[in-house]
Design a protein around this ligand. Structure first.
Ligand code: HAX
Length: 444
């Protein structure tokens, strides 16, 4: 792990120096304008954040340090005999900006397998004290938050650590949190859905395979699915709710546990990560309403229209940035076409893809009628035997930890300041509009 830490420190030092020069020489350069619609409209398109780990193009989708998902599926190291990338490799890539070697990935897998043993007992006792019917995302957030007792950053800060060293205990917290997150998640799953039959970690498995194992799914196919799932959900640049929240809370020097769980509370919203459970719920309700079995496209179209007429969204469709089918959806579709082309639920997901976009387009207001990552993931899990769809966002959360926590390391290493944008009142907006009209009148 020291090797990775040294490499990160070296890269971070270089970038910090470059950024200093950029700000010194070009700090006044404007990179965009903000209009009133954007102030009221969730700041869409406002460039106001720096995130090094990944970047999202509206047409092309996500690139992690320049690599698309198909490129990562080809280039990142795999488990022996495996076909999907190891998510540990993506963490390395996001952290240091270079593709790792197999040995470098094995080193991270080994460190995670070691530190997964370090989840303190009180975390499990805390979870045991929660109502078993509490939503798994709430339990997950509480479970990880209770690990905050272990924060090396919080301890170092209390002891008076120098600013320039903040990144070091943050890095350590990040590795410990990443190692422990799948264990906390699996504990919740087993307690809630498997009569509390807990399964301990296996020190010989990679991160995703160990997660599958602790969840009670030991088939090679489920392990393959987990490696793919935990890779594609890891990061989606910095402006989405989970990434931005982690960054924002972290900017107050809250440690990795406090920052990440804040992000998870945002991921638990139905317009963000919870959409993956909503998709399956919506499909199963549709099947029920239509009497079960395979619906026709016409029946799906009618159900979609009824959902919209009831003032609800079609879960799994639309995106704040993307304007094309999500490559994370496409990666899952390719996986399904290979391993389960005849599965009924998966075929319904594909029929929905044929039916929904023209209907959303016809509304004239939906900017992106295409499926996002959440439209497909649940059907793969159901087909692999994980039916409990209210757990799906926890899987997303475990994956998202890789991206948002790699970014938190960067935030600390670059010494990014506390975030504090300016807010305005509607009176201010009205006054500004009036002033600008008056100015226009006098210049005309
Ligand atoms: N179904 C119905 N209406 C939709 C819609 C959908 N799938 N997507 C957008 N719209 C509506 C919006 O609600 C909005 O309506 P109003 O003007 O009446 O408020 C209008 O179309 C314009 O919205 P937009 O600009 O196209 O989209 P936003 O950037 O405001 O929102 C969302 C992006 C992802 C939140 C939105 O598309 C949505 O609600 N989708 C369904 C939920 C979903 O799948 N969320 C997961 C997104 C991916 C993700 O973060 N995963 O974690």
């Amino acid at each position: 792990m020291n090797q990775l830490k040294e490499k990160f420190a070296e890269k971070a030092g270089q970038l910090a120096a470059e950024i200093k020069t950029i700000i010194k020489e070009n700090g006044d350069q404007e990179v965009g304008k903000v209009n009133i619609a954007q102030i009221y409209g969730g700041m869409r398109g406002v460039k106001a954040l720096v995130t090094e780990t990944s970047s999202l193009d509206p047409e092309e989708g996500i690139r992690f340090r320049g690599y698309s998902i198909p490129e990562l599926r080809e280039k990142l190291p795999k488990a022996p005999g495996g076909v999907e990338p190891l998510p540990e490799g993506l963490f390395y890539l996001m952290l240091v900006g270079e593709l790792p070697t197999e040995e470098e990935v094995q080193m991270i897998s080994a460190e995670f397998a070691k530190r997964v043993q370090e989840v303190p007992d009180h975390v499990f006792k805390t979870l045991d004290g929660l109502p078993v019917d509490m939503h798994p995302m709430t339990q997950f957030s509480i479970g990880i938050l209770s690990m905050q007792t272990e924060s090396r950053f919080a301890k170092a800060y209390r002891e008076g650590i120098s600013k320039k060293d903040y990144w070091d205990p943050t890095f350590e917290d990040v590795i410990t949190l990443l190692a422990g997150a799948p264990r906390v998640a699996a504990y919740i799953y087993n307690r809630k859905y498997r009569d509390n039959q807990q399964i301990g970690p296996d020190p010989n498995l990679d991160w995703a395979a160990n997660f599958a194992h602790m969840l009670g799914f030991d088939s090679d196919r489920f392990k393959r699915l987990m490696r793919l799932y935990l890779t594609i959900h890891a990061d989606h640049e910095g402006g989405n709710v989970s990434a931005h929240t982690t960054h924002l809370v972290g900017s107050a020097l809250s440690d990795a546990y406090l920052s990440y769980t804040s992000g998870m509370n945002g991921l638990a919203g139905p317009l963000h990560g919870l959409a993956n459970q909503e998709v399956i719920r919506w499909i199963l309700e549709m099947k029920d309403a239509l009497g079960g079995g395979m619906p026709t496209k016409e029946q799906i179209a009618n159900y979609v229209k009824a959902t919209l007429e009831a003032g609800k969204v079609i879960p799994g469709y639309g995106h704040a940035v993307l304007r094309k089918p999500d490559p994370r959806y496409v990666a899952q579709m390719e996986f399904a076409k290979e391993v389960m082309p005849d599965d009924e639920l998966v075929n319904i997901v594909w029929m929905i893809y044929d039916v929904v976009p023209p209907i959303l387009q016809a509304t004239g207001k939906v900017k992106n009628p295409w499926p996002n990552v959440d439209a497909h993931s649940g059907s793969l899990l159901v087909q692999h035997g994980m039916q409990e769809y209210d757990f799906y966002t926890v899987l997303f959360g475990v994956s998202r930890a890789l991206g948002v926590l790699a970014s938190l390391c960067w935030d600390r290493a670059l010494g990014l300041p506390i975030e504090r944008p300016k807010s305005v009142t509607t009176d201010w907006v009205k006054h500004t509009v009036e002033e600008s009209k008056a100015e226009q009148f006098f210049t005309d």
